[in-house]
Design a protein around this ligand. Sequence first.
Ligand code: ADP
Ligand code: MG
Length: 681
Amino acid sequence: MGKIHVLSENVANQIAAGEVVERPASVVKEMLENSLDAGANRIKISVEAGGKKLIQITDNGCGMVRDDAMLAFERHATSKIKNAEDLLSVATLGFRGEALPSIASVSRLRLETRAAEEPAGTVIEINGGKIARIEEAGMPEGTSITVRDLFFNTPARKKFLKAESTELSHIASLVTHYALAHPDKHFELHSASNAMLVAPPVAGHSERVYQVFGKETLDQLIPVASRQALEHIGLPQPPPWRRKEVDRDDGAGTKEPGEIRVHGFVSKPEIQKLNRNSIFVFVNGRLIRDRLVQHGLTEAYRNIIPPTVYPVVLLFLELPAAEIDVNVHPSKTEVRFRQQTVMHDFVRDTVRAALMKARPVPQFVTEMRAHATAGQALTPGALYGGQPPSGGELSALSSRFSDNGSRPPGADPLTLQPPVMPAISSRFQFEGGIAIEANAAIPVARGMESVPIAPDFAVTLPRHQFEAVPDHGCSPAIDVSEQEPTLSALGTLRPLGQIRNSFILAVNEDGLWIIDQHVAHERVLFERVLKQRAAMKVESQRLLMPIVLELSPAQQAVFSEISDELARNGFEAEPFGARSVAVKLAPAGVDAGAVEHLLHEVLDQFASEEQSLNLEKIRAAIAASIACHAAIKVNMPLEQNKMEWLLAELSKTDHPMSCPHGRPVVLRYSVKDIQKAFKRI
Ligand code: ADP
Ligand code: MG
């Protein structure tokens, strides 16, 4: 029995219109989604010339009976929805019935498929939209689609394709991310004779991350998981024309509103990316780009990482199908959440809570390795399986390594180099095992090929382990506990002294720690000001002489908006003439000399803010400014007990790992890292 039917014109017209086949990766995406919709748990993709010459995808899904195989190439022919109502709760990845006909019209396509209920399979060949051959053939259950010479008959579109390596990187990234979303399935991606990804089923998402990216990447990520019951399903108020209907539904028994769930990974604060390309969000198994979720993430990382950088995120959101509208964009990369605020806050709170709980310690060794790549955001470990690079693409990559001059030529990129202190300017640029970044590299599982990563989907496969120098038997082993320390250990550190009166050196059983005294104190004060503010107990000091500030028109506008909040934070400032204010009281701890600078800073920050101000943001910004100006400065000698006090205070903060502006506070050089550097392990 056939399952596919052509949608009525009325339904077809309600589907977001537009071209889906833009490039080889979009063909792969559509076909991959079809395989997943067909229930396949084994999907193999082979490409040649970045998919321009050939894309073949073979699955072990339900296959199609002969009639369906023929119908599948009709426009708006689908087995996934029937009527307009179904569009409101699409449970499959596809539903538009347009991918196969679109792909077949711009390529030479061969479909081989067999459904379980039919003894023989069907082969269909279509060239540029014209059926060339239909025949029966023996084959295993499932579907295999081969797409050759994409855009051979539309030269204008062909011209828009990028270099083979770029197209390949888009495909690789796409397949990798679908593989991450479905750890229980077997995925393979081959480019010519190279196995780029071979991922047999594993138990869960962390195992998949480990399998695909390696241990170091997994170590840089914090797992997130949460669920929340929905109070109602769908829009809070159904549109007026549907109210009656809904009322009737309710009469028949209220629908269970269900829940939203999220799990996945977010990066520790020291991983900072220059763009959003490392943020991957799946909604009900669909890879999407969504501003609402992005915003929730930005909020979660507020005051943890600087506002100009982005984390690495892999989030899987699951919610009842009726809670999202997937019919928004032809390539189905956008969804509309029906309960936007609920979703936004759920993402923000879950990620924030995970970050607060993990309190991870930035690894000093990561930092050491980092500066080699800081400028280019390339990852040495991501390059190739320990063998020398070959081919144009790779030599281009390797020459970029030597260009930036930070690693001696020929040095194994994965062996810890003798610590060369990074320049101060690159001090905070971390780069570890994750290189999900524009221009990073995809190494192959075992082969040699590597391609530069396209900006939107970039992946890195495993980095290699450090190689230990053989033990000559003269060095007794040092006991190292495997337990990852957290920043709660800060209070137990023994300070040894300061480097240049700016960085506190401290030790404990876990290793050597370096604390930036200014940002450490900043974090302590930031949280204190926020707490005092919440309790309406901010301490003030009266200035000997009022300070008169001249304000620009933009600053005046901001001042009138936030003056109440400034007052609650210990300022007393009154208009003084047309364009000035006189400040009489300032928060305790802030030098009179810094008050003017502080206020200008706060006002300017909001003057350039595009989004409307919210109270929480204003409070955080004021607290961050007060903390910054009142904190211990660099180049300041500290007594032993002052250092101990600072570390103890820092350990009590909610979030000791980064300052309110998002810079790291503490670096740790673990005993293990020290051993590695001394080649003891
Ligand atoms: P859609 O996925 O939106 O329904 P497509 O053009 O992608 O539209 O596919 C049309 C139909 O062909 C699908 O509804 C499905 O029934 C069938 N189909 C496509 N690919 C496969 C596959 N790999 N295995 C089984 N059936 C498939
Ligand atoms: Mg489809």
